[in-house]
Ligand binder design. Structure first.
Ligand SMILES: Nc1ncnc2c1ncn2[C@@H]1O[C@H](COP(=O)(O)OP(=O)(O)OP(=O)(O)O)[C@@H](O)[C@H]1O
Ligand SMILES: [Mg+2]
Length: 261
């Protein structure tokens, strides 16, 4: 007897997604009908030349914008049909963002920065404070809880941003050139954290210009002129060894470096 294929839960289902920007003299078709599924636990690198539609796609996936045509189903809901309030609600409650420029609040400590999405959701409390401390420790910042962004290195600031992206238990983490401002050693640290999260079942979608970075993902979607040129698994994927991954949280034991005091 033929066994039915196992049901894979989808984090997102994208069908014929189009985005047109209407300007005075022309209409820019930034996305021209993009379709793909993102199974839960996937790790996708979105690549393509400048102007190919990567940020447009990420903005749609992040519910920052609505498509002109097509559907984008997140969990059980079609984002294309949502009201503005529903969009901002789902964005705050179920999507994690990691930006190239970290976007931390300078006046807040590491833990407070991680708490920010919960503040907007009205979910702050003793329990949530403990969860944020755990998230900070998980990304290797257990000994930096009371530091402010200016007292952290670029890589550490990005770790805070990753911990913050996890706080609302997101459908997926969207990373836009998350390693774009970092040197190669720090880039590896951040990619090791992404792998750790992905190994735990988190879904990650990242935009990157760099081939070396995309090789740490499981799958690459390459855009050209607003269309998918190819969508395929990464062959010979780069994987950090278990020892490297286990070092991430141990870094929390490292004493404060003088240069950050
Ligand atoms: N708000 C907007 N209004 C009009 N056109 C836009 C708007 N945003 C993007 N575009 C156009 O849509 C196309 C895709 O832009 P997008 O920003 O998605 O590219 P990208 O792949 O992210 O490029 P880059 O690698 O340079 O960041 C481009 O031709 C761009 O000029
Ligand atoms: Mg862009």
């Amino acid at each position: 007897m033929i066994q039915p294929a196992p049901q894979v839960e989808l984090a997102a289902q994208i069908r014929d997604l189009q985005k047109h920007y209407v300007l005075k003299s022309e209409t820019v078709r930034a996305l021209r009908g993009v379709s793909f599924d993102v199974p839960q636990g996937d790790y996708v690198a979105i690549m393509g030349a400048s102007g190919s539609g990567k940020s447009t796609l990420l903005n749609l996936l992040g519910c920052l914008d609505r498509p002109t045509f097509g559907s984008f189903v997140l969990g059980d809901d079609d984002v294309a049909k949502m009201t503005d309030d529903q969009l901002s609600n789902i964005r705050a409650s179920r999507i994690g963002f990691v930006f190239q420029s970290y976007n931390l609040i300078p006046q807040l400590t590491v833990v407070e920065n991680i708490e920010v999405p919960l503040y907007y959701l009205g979910r702050l409390g003793t329990k949530s404070r403990e969860r944020c401390k755990k998230l900070a420790t998980m990304v290797g910042l257990g000994d930096r809880l009371s530091h402010r962004p200016t007292q952290l290195s670029g890589g550490q600031q990005q770790r805070v941003a990753i911990a913050r992206s996890m706080v609302n238990d997101p459908y997926f983490i969207l990373a836009d050139e998350a390693t774009g401002n970092l040197d190669s050693v720090t880039t590896e640290e951040i990619l090791a954290i992404f792998q750790m999260l992905n190994d735990e079942g988190r879904t990650i979608i990242m935009v990157t210009h760099e081939d070396e970075v995309s090789h740490y993902a499981k799958r690459v979607i390459r855009l050209k002129d607003g269309e998918i040129m190819f969508d395929q698994p990464i062959e010979n994927r780069q994987i950090f060894c278990a020892e490297r991954i286990s070092k991430i949280s141990q870094n929390a034991d490292v004493k404060m470096d003088d240069s950050y005091s």
